[in-house]
Design a protein around this ligand. Structure first.
Ligand code: ZN
Ligand code: ZN
Length: 363
C-alpha cells in the first residue's frame, strides 16, 4: 500500500513538474511573440515607380501627444511603413513645463532610431491656427524654430522659403468646421500664393469626400494620415486593419524621391478599405493587383473565371447587373462571368467623392 502511495505521489510530482515546464515554455513563447516583428504590406509598384507607405502627421510629448518620439519610429517599422514625419504643433505645447527642447528636438531625438530601422524620417511641423485657415503641416524643413511667427502667412512663407511641401490638415474637422466643410477665401489666398500643395482626405478615423474633389480640381496631392496622439495599437485594430497612410509613387526609396513625388501629386490615400486619389494611379493599382484567368469551364451559361488579387488591398466590385463580390487581399476566388466584355465598378476606389473606378474585363 505504501509503495502504491509513494508511486502515486511520484507521478503527481512528475505531472506537476511537466506542466510547470510547459507553462514555462508558454511564457517563453509568449515572450517571443511580443518581440518586435515588422508587418509586410505587399503593394504593387506602378508606372515605373516604387510604391512607398508614409504617415506624415503624428504627435509626441513635444506637443500634445503622449509618447516619446522614438516610439513613433518603432510603431512605423512594426506596421510596415517606409517613411514618417513627427509633426508637433508649433503653437500648442501643453507639456512645455516638463518637456524641454525646441521645435527641432523631436526630429533630432528620433533620427538615430529611424536610421537603425531604415525608416525615412522627414523634418516637419504643424502650423496650428484657428479657422480659417486651421492647421497646415510643412514638410522637408531645415529649421522648425523659424516657423514661430505671429502671422500664419509669414509662417507658411518661412516654410516655403525652406523648400517645404505644405498641406491642409483635417479640413472637415468638426471642431473647426462644425456645420459643413468649406473652402474659404483664406484657403484660396494660401493656394494662390503657392503655399498649399496637398490636402488630407483621411485623418485619424475620418473621411472628407469633398476634400478629394477640391484636391483633384486644384491639383493638390491627395493625402491620408493618422494624426496619432496616443499609441497606434490603442487607437487602430492593427491585426485586421491599419492606420491611415499615403501611398507615394517615388523614383526610389529616399526622402528626395518622396518630396519629388509629393510635389508632383503622385499619391493615393488609403484607410478603412478605401483608396482615394487620381484615377490613373487607382487604375494602375487595380490592374497590377488583379488578374482574371478563364478556367475553361462554365457555370449557368457563364465562364468560370479565376480571379486573383496578388496584393494587400481588397477590392469591392459590383458588375452592371448589381452583383457584388469582394476580391480579398492576397487571395483568389473563382466566379462565373459573362463571356465578352464586362464592366465593373470598384466601390472602394474613389476617383471623386461620388465616383468609383470603373474597370472592364474581356473574357
Ligand atoms: Zn491638427
Ligand atoms: Zn495634428
Amino acid at each position: 500500500m505504501k509503495k502504491i502511495l509513494l508511486a502515486a505521489w511520484m507521478l503527481l510530482i512528475l505531472v506537476t513538474l511537466q506542466s510547470f515546464s510547459q507553462n514555462l515554455n508558454n511564457i517563453q513563447l509568449e515572450h517571443m511573440r511580443q518581440q518586435s516583428v515588422r508587418k509586410e504590406i505587399n503593394l504593387p509598384d506602378i508606372l515605373g515607380y516604387t510604391t512607398l507607405k508614409g504617415d506624415f502627421h503624428m504627435h509626441s510629448v513635444f506637443s500634445d501627444g503622449i509618447v516619446w518620439p522614438t516610439l513613433r519610429v518603432d510603431e512605423a517599422w512594426q506596421e510596415g511603413l517606409d517613411a514618417i514625419a513627427i509633426t508637433e504643433h508649433i503653437e500648442h505645447r501643453p507639456h512645455r513645463e516638463f518637456v524641454k527642447g525646441d521645435h527641432n528636438s523631436p526630429y533630432e531625438i528620433a533620427l538615430p532610431r529611424a536610421q537603425q530601422l531604415d525608416i525615412i524620417l522627414i523634418r516637419s511641423g504643424e502650423i496650428t491656427r484657428s479657422m480659417p485657415p486651421g492647421h497646415l503641416i510643412a514638410m522637408f524643413l531645415d529649421d522648425l524654430n523659424a516657423l514661430e511667427t505671429p502671422d500664419v502667412i509669414d509662417a507658411l512663407q518661412v516654410a516655403a522659403d525652406q523648400g517645404a511641401f505644405i498641406f491642409w490638415c483635417h479640413p472637415g474637422w468638426k471642431a473647426q468646421q462644425p456645420d459643413t466643410t468649406l473652402w474659404m477665401q483664406e484657403h484660396q489666398n494660401i493656394l494662390d500664393k503657392g503655399l498649399m500643395h496637398g490636402i488630407e482626405v483621411f485623418n485619424e478615423k475620418e473621411w472628407y469626400p469633398i476634400a478629394l474633389d477640391w484636391g483633384l480640381k486644384k491639383d493638390l496631392a491627395i493625402l491620408g494620415f493618422s494624426d496619432i496622439h496616443a499609441v497606434t495599437s490603442h487607437y487602430y485594430d492593427l491585426t485586421n486593419g491599419h492606420r491611415p497612410m499615403t501611398l507615394i509613387f517615388a523614383k526610389d526609396r529616399s526622402e528626395e524621391a518622396i518630396k519629388d513625388a509629393m510635389f508632383n501629386g503622385r499619391t493615393v490615400a488609403w484607410f478603412d478599405n478605401k483608396l482615394a486619389g487620381k484615377e490613373e494611379y487607382l487604375r494602375a493599382i487595380f490592374d497590377a493587383s488583379v488578374t482574371f484567368k478563364d478556367t475553361g469551364h462554365e457555370q449557368r451559361g457563364k465562364k468560370l473565371v479565376k480571379v486573383q488579387n496578388h496584393f494587400a488591398i481588397p477590392f469591392f466590385v459590383t458588375d452592371n447587373e448589381g452583383n457584388s463580390t469582394i476580391l480579398p487581399a492576397e487571395k483568389e476566388i473563382v466566379v462565373p462571368i459573362q463571356a465578352g466584355t464586362t464592366s465593373f465598378e470598384v466601390t472602394n476606389l474613389f476617383i471623386r467623392s461620388q465616383e468609383n473606378l470603373k474597370v472592364k474585363v474581356n473574357l
